[in-house]
Design a protein around this ligand. Structure first.
Ligand SMILES: [Zn+2]
Ligand SMILES: [Zn+2]
Length: 383
């Protein structure tokens, strides 16, 4: 008697071979190799990746700023097409175009308050390397392999994600560009529109014009801020910031940004956004605020990093607010961002550049150090 091979097989017997970029150890280059992806569990979907953005957080984890286990497949700005859904999945179906959002539990005080970015269980769910129950979505010949990074691990031809974390997007939107909406772009735009909420005409300064800071500049433009002051060491980025809505730019190699911002705003900015996670830059972002000004800080610093400012600075109504992932619910916010993009009001594609998966290390090098590429995206042409 014979039986069908899949009927009684366990999840690994029904695994799929996919090409993925693996980080084997701290600060090691990515290695592109064949690994094995489990089939979806009842709550999961399998997504064929179209393109995945490379985010600073991928590289921070590669460099062990956070204690994520290795070897691991990183990647958390994925966009693709659903190919298979688990038996309990109801909200999406095969063929849907989706942006992969970040993982959250859905039950903790932050999640039930509509703030899943601050999920109490975010550490294990986003950085733990496995599903919540400890099982692995990925493995490879000859050893263990971690995945489920941010609930997706999208530096791979295919990814598994919990149904709740995928965001359906219109089929006519340019899917290859949309992955960064799941992290960098929603972080930058949301820090302004959702967290700081400036009134039209309010002054706002952005420190660091990487992909998050440049998205904050775009968000400030959508909010009607004026002036919008971009601060960065790189002239090329400042030029792009002007093209994307900054009314003024300051290069700290030429001018003291605190003095320049006070001059441009008549005493200090109403809002500042700090995206570099460098303590001295956070200090400058706080010191550049006017009375009752508010600084939003969004960058991931190394564990244990400390920053300082003069205590009396805060007495005059000033505040510092930490902001994670844009402060909105991705299933609500990402579609709004797609609509803005389709209407030409959120041209983040201006700072995207594509690299085939095999060139992922080249893509990383292009964005590190003095690299001029803001947002490299890995594509999967072989699929
Ligand atoms: Zn990110
Ligand atoms: Zn939660």
């Amino acid at each position: 008697m014979t039986t069908g091979p899949d009927a009684a097989a366990g999840p690994w017997e029904r695994r799929q071979r996919v090409r993925a970029a693996v980080v084997d150890e701290r600060s090691a280059p990515f290695t592109v190799e064949d690994v094995q992806l489990e089939r979806p569990r009842p709550n999961e979907v399998r997504v064929r990746m179209v393109a995945t953005g490379i985010c600073h957080t991928d590289l921070a984890v590669r460099d062990r700023f956070l204690p994520t286990p290795m070897p691991i497949v990183l990647g958390h700005e994925g966009a693709g097409v659903i190919e298979e859904v688990g038996s309990d999945v109801r909200s999406v179906r095969p063929g849907d175009h989706v942006v992969l959002g970040y993982a959250f539990c859905g039950e903790c005080p932050s999640c039930t308050a509509g703030k899943p970015a601050y999920c109490v269980h975010r550490g294990v769910l986003r950085y733990g390397g496995t599903r919540p129950d400890g099982s692995h979505t990925l493995r490879r010949a000859g050893g263990e392999l971690y995945g489920s990074f941010f609930g997706q691990s999208s530096f791979a031809e295919y990814a598994l994600a919990d149904e709740r974390f995928v965001v359906p997007v219109p089929g006519d939107a340019p899917l290859e560009y949309l992955g960064p909406l799941g992290c960098s772009v929603q972080t930058g735009v949301g820090s302004v529109l959702a967290a700081l909420r400036p009134d039209p005409g309010a002054s706002l300064a952005v420190f660091g014009t990487g992909p998050v800071g440049m998205s904050a500049v775009l968000g400030a433009g959508l909010a009607g801020c004026d002036p919008i002051i971009a601060v960065d060491l790189r002239p090329g980025r400042l030029q792009l910031a002007r093209e994307l809505g900054a009314t003024h730019t300051v290069n700290p190699t030429e001018d003291d940004p605190v003095i320049a911002i006070r001059d441009l705003t008549g005493g200090g900015a109403a809002f500042s956004v700090e995206t570099t996670a460098v303590p001295t830059v956070l200090r400058a972002a706080v010191d550049s605020l006017g009375i009752r000004g508010r600084c939003g800080t969004v960058g991931v610093a190394p564990a244990g990093a400390e920053a300082s400012f003069e205590m009396n600075t805060l007495l005059f109504g000033r505040s510092v607010q930490g902001i994670l992932l844009g402060d909105r619910v991705p299933r609500e916010f990402v579609p709004e961002l797609v609509d803005l993009h389709l209407a030409g009001k959120l041209p983040f594609d201006r700072f995207c550049r594509f690299y085939e998966l095999d060139r992922i290390n080249e893509a990383v090098a292009a964005t590190e150090g003095d690299g001029e590429v803001l947002k490299p995206l890995v594509t999967f042409g072989r699929t």
